[in-house]
Design a protein around this ligand. Structure first.
Ligand code: MG
Length: 211
């Protein structure tokens, strides 16, 4: 399973487990999220990494709070914004037979998850995200849209989804430019841990090396 997956060699550890000193809010102020036992908990304001990236493999773990009275978008809402532009929804969608465009694992309002891979509230879950950044021409026009493959708890929920531009509330619309990881404050005490990424080269070598 993906829970507890160790950062491989060369990974950039985005959450150090002790504090959020290398995360900030949208206004540039330091992030306010609390940290305890190597877990960060959503507080006022989104949390944004200082690190920015293009193509990347991103791993993180999250846990939604127990909110039995809440429903729909008010139940354990947060979100993982890749490059600060494309939100993979975090929500307590456990048990929904047919998850929709706003449910956990959806690329918000663009692609519902292929299957509902959610665990119940209070259980740790993982996202493994393989992201290919948008390619742009010299004028900044997108010539190849960004794409994402996402595994939730080891199950494929997004299969090379071709992104239709930024989702709602991006940090900017500068597709093709490096961007940060943003974890959303949607007012619910969602928790995160074990957050890291591996920068990926834009392509492999095209030289043939005989052996
Ligand atoms: Mg959200």
């Amino acid at each position: 399973m993906q829970i507890g997956l160790k950062p491989p060699e060369g990974a950039v550890v985005l959450f150090n487990g002790r504090d959020v000193s290398n995360w900030h809010q949208r206004n540039g102020e330091p992030a306010t999220w609390t940290v305890e036992d190597e877990v960060m908990t959503v507080a006022k304001g989104d949390a944004i990494t200082a690190e920015t990236f293009q193509d990347a493999y991103i791993h993180l773990e999250f846990r939604t709070p127990d909110m039995p009275e809440a429903t729909g978008q008010a139940k354990g809402n947060s979100g993982v914004y890749v490059q600060g532009r494309y939100e993979i929804q975090v929500l307590d969608s456990y048990g929904w037979e047919v998850p929709g465009l706003g449910d956990c694992g959806a690329i918000y309002n663009q692609y519902a998850p292929l299957v509902n891979a959610c665990k119940p509230a209070m259980e740790w879950q993982s996202y493994d995200i393989i992201f290919r950044a948008a390619r742009v021409d010299g004028a900044g026009k997108v010539v190849e849209p960004a794409r994402m493959t996402v595994l939730q708890n080891g199950l494929v929920i997004q299969n090379n989804a071709v992104l239709q531009g930024p989702t709602g509330g991006p940090v900017d619309e500068n597709e093709g430019q490096p961007g940060p990881l943003l974890l959303q404050d949607h007012g619910d005490a969602v928790q995160y841990r074990n957050v890291w990424l591996v920068h990926l080269p834009e392509k492999g070598s095209d030289a043939y090396e005989p052996h």
